[in-house]
Design a protein around this ligand. Structure first.
Ligand code: COA
Length: 163
C-alpha cells in the first residue's frame, strides 16, 4: 500500500468523489455529485492546504483523507481540518484508515500546524483510538456530531520547518 497525493492521480477524482457523495451526500442534500467532484478537484494540492491523499494498491484506490482549511461553516474560527477519511468497504479493518489519518497529521506537522480539527457524525470511537480528543458535541447539518482535535506531533525522523 502506498499513500500518494490525489493530485498525481487525477483519473481517480471521479471515483473518489462518487464514494464521498454516497457516504456523506446526506449531509448536504442540495449538493450534486458534479459540485462535489469540482470541490474535490479544487482541493488537490500537494504538501499544503488544501490537499488530498489516497491509499493505493497496484494503482487501485483503497481510501482517502484530506487536509482542508475549513470543514464546519459554524466553526470558521478553527483551522485546519482533517476531512474525507474514507476506506472502501472491502478494504476496511486493515489499518488503512488509521494510516491515512496519520499521514494528514504528518502533513500538518510539516506545515507548522499546531492543532488539527475534525467533526464526525459516525466515527468518534475510531478517532479517539488515534489520540483525538472530544472538544464538543453539537448538532450540525441535521446530525449529532463530535467535534474533535489533536495536537500535531512529528512522525519519527521528521523535522519541523522553521516558519
Ligand atoms: C472509519 C473508517 C475510515 C475506518 O477505516 P479502516 O481502514 O477500517 O480503519 P482501521 O483499519 O485503521 O481501523 C479499524 C478499527 O477502527 C474501528 N472503527 C472503524 N470504524 C469505526 C467507527 N465508525 N467508530 C468506531 N470505531 C470504528 C474498527 O472497529 C477497527 O477496530 P479493531 O481494529 O479493534 O477491529 C472506515 O470504516 C470508513 O471509511 N467508514 C466510512 C466513512 C467514515 O465514517 N469516515 C470517518 C469520518 S466521518
Amino acid at each position: 500500500m502506498q499513500i500518494e497525493y490525489l493530485a498525481d492521480h487525477p483519473l481517480l477524482v471521479p471515483q473518489l468523489a462518487r464514494l464521498h457523495f454516497e457516504q456523506w451526500g446526506y449531509l448536504r442534500p442540495d449538493e450534486s455529485l458534479e459540485l462535489r467532484t469540482r470541490r474535490l478537484e479544487a482541493c488537490c494540492g500537494r504538501g499544503g492546504i488544501p490537499s488530498v491523499v489516497v491509499a493505493l494498491e497496484d494503482g487501485a484506490l483503497l481510501g482517502s483523507a484530506m487536509l482542508i482549511a475549513n470543514d464546519m461553516d459554524t466553526r470558521s474560527d478553527l483551522t485546519p481540518w482533517l476531512a474525507g477519511v474514507y476506506v472502501l468497504a472491502a478494504h476496511r479493518g486493515q489499518g488503512y484508515g488509521s494510516a491515512l489519518a496519520r499521514r494528514v497529521e504528518e502533513e500538518a506537522w510539516a506545515l507548522g500546524v499546531p492543532r488539527l480539527h475534525l467533526y464526525t457524525p459516525e466515527a468518534e470511537g475510531f478517532y479517539a483510538r488515534l489520540g483525538w480528543s472530544l472538544d464538543e458535541r453539537c448538532r450540525y447539518l441535521g446530525q449529532e456530531v463530535a467535534v474533535m482535535s489533536k495536537q500535531c506531533r512529528p512522525a519519527r525522523g521528521s523535522t519541523r520547518p522553521t516558519l
